[in-house]
Design a protein around this ligand. Structure first.
Ligand SMILES: [Fe+2]
Length: 282
């Protein structure tokens, strides 16, 4: 399972693709941010138009994880509103999906994500992994767990940890006091770190990440330092095991206004860079 290093793109610069009748979500639109050409896993913003519905007893053949960016989406009897999160394992039974006013949903599929009519075989559906809903705007948040980033200005909300792989998903909310240092250490993780910035800013050596920024960083790459003066709210995932961090001995100055100089696969770079300044709200 490999995906190219993408660090970083603004989702606003990525176009929408209308999904066809064979797809998992016919009639919705998709904005793919990264994908694995082998496994067909993808990180994608799905846009369900107002009045969209899918009435069919079915399941999806891969895990689906999502976070509602705006609007509301109902799956079976459960309604997901802005800030709500779910992990629906492969084979999760569905009878209806619908939205009245539309919804933009950050979505992670872990495989080919084919829509399959009827219930799944028992062997496919790992019910113990189901996270049916976490309402991030309602539940209590904790403090950050890494002592190097734990401070009064950093809050952490665990969304999921896979009992087999250690893969973890969480939200980090850094307020305007939480990461203002002029110097910091570099960090390295033994796992993929994937981030979508929901609000605020991160200042990094490859530029200033604003709302809608996305990166997928393979394991073992030293990165940072990171700073923010206005705070940041991010959706984080690590893939390939739980997140651990090795910090550099030496410190580096935070680059507060570095020009946009992303690390991108060539095909992405060619299609994105020319559009970057034309950022629109997603
Ligand atoms: Fe990191």
């Amino acid at each position: 399972m490999t995906r190219p290093h993408i660090e970083f793109i603004q989702a606003q610069a990525v176009g929408w693709i209308k999904l066809n009748d064979e797809s998992a979500r016919p009639g919705a639109e998709a904005k793919p941010l990264s994908h694995d050409a082998d496994s067909k896993a993808v990180t994608v913003i799905l846009r369900y138009p107002a009045g969209w519905s899918l009435s069919q007893e079915h399941h999806v053949d891969s895990d689906e994880e999502f976070y509602v960016l705006s609007g509301a989406l109902t799956i079976n009897d459960m309604t997901y509103e802005e800030g709500d999160y779910a992990f629906l394992p492969a084979g999760f039974p569905r009878t209806t999906m619908a939205t009245s006013d539309g919804a933009d949903v950050m979505t992670f599929f872990e495989g080919a994500h084919k829509r399959v009519a009827g219930p799944a075989p028992d062997s496919l559906y790992s019910k113990d992994k189901l996270v049916e809903r976490v309402q991030s705007k309602v539940v209590a948040w904790g403090g950050a767990t890494d002592p190097k980033v734990a401070s009064a200005g950093v809050k952490y909300l665990a969304l999921r940890k896979d009992s087999d792989t250690g893969d973890t998903t969480w939200l980090l909310d850094i307020d305007e006091t939480g990461m203002t240092g002029e110097v910091n250490r570099l960090e390295t993780h033994p796992v993929v770190e994937e981030v979508f910035l929901l609000s605020g800013e991160f200042h990094m050596p490859m530029g200033v990440l604003t709302k809608g920024a996305y990166f997928w960083r393979p394991p073992g790459i030293p990165h940072g330092p990171v700073g923010t003066n206005i705070g940041a709210l991010g959706l984080f995932r690590c893939k390939g095991g739980p997140l651990t961090t090795e910090w550099s001995e030496e410190t580096h100055p935070v680059q507060w206004d570095a020009p946009y100089a992303p690390i991108l696969p060539e095909a992405v770079a060619n299609s994105l860079l020319s559009d970057y300044d034309a950022a629109q709200p997603y």
